[in-house]
Design a protein around this ligand. Sequence first.
Ligand SMILES: [Zn+2]
Length: 284
Amino acid sequence: MNAQTSSSSGRAGRFLQRILNTVSTPTEEDLRTSALVFAPHPDDETLGCGGTILRKRDVGADVGIVFMTDGRTSHRRLISEDRLVAMRAQEAIAASRVLGVDERRVTLLDFADGQLDRHRDEAQRRIVTLLREQSPREIYIPCREEPPRDHWVTREIVLAAAREVGAPTTVLEYPVWFWYHWPWVSVMASAANQRRTILKNSLRERFGLRFRRVFNYAVSVDTMLERKRSALEQHATQMSQIDGNENWLTLEDVCDGEWLACFFQGVELFRRYDLEGAEQSGSA
Ligand SMILES: [Zn+2]
């Protein structure tokens, strides 16, 4: 059965529909499979797979969420790092709760935002312990070489840890900043200083063509969008101006809301493979 979406339209909607014609969708058994979701920063879990987490929890799947870093650098010079770290930890727990994941199943690894690369060995050690304790059959990680650095480093560390543990595991890579190119966002909808980056990303991704080859699996989340939005709203430091500060940018400010809309199209896309296939599928 093809995945479908009812909520996207126009340029991006047409692209999405073409992708959905070629992907597979989860069975009931897939939805019930235990999972551990790895988020480089608080909010990536909800953006990339919030609807999928909700669908899995609704059928009783055991799901845990691991936050790799503390998100301290999202609003430099606008708030003290200590205060922001404390706020984002609370937000991560609150968002997880809305997604149906109890605080006891949430792990905050608390590496400094932007510094994960410097702590690979320790991070891998701690993730190996988590994987051994929780034995998830699925792991969710950011996709491929997606920037920023914490995202692709998270992917590399988790894959290395899972290989070390050696248990049969299905990997689901989810896009977050991978959406940050045409046709998903238009160059002109962005602030002048973002246009060059979007153009560069669009060229690298061959204006959406590579996107179609990367993702092979889609979870319909049409009926979850309200709860997904509510989970995202728990990340108040990312969704609203704190202390009434007009210079405080939110996720809605990225490309005039076009980027955020990518996460509310009614489906969540994944690149899905068994761990043994990770090396060869990393070349696409
Ligand atoms: Zn992130």
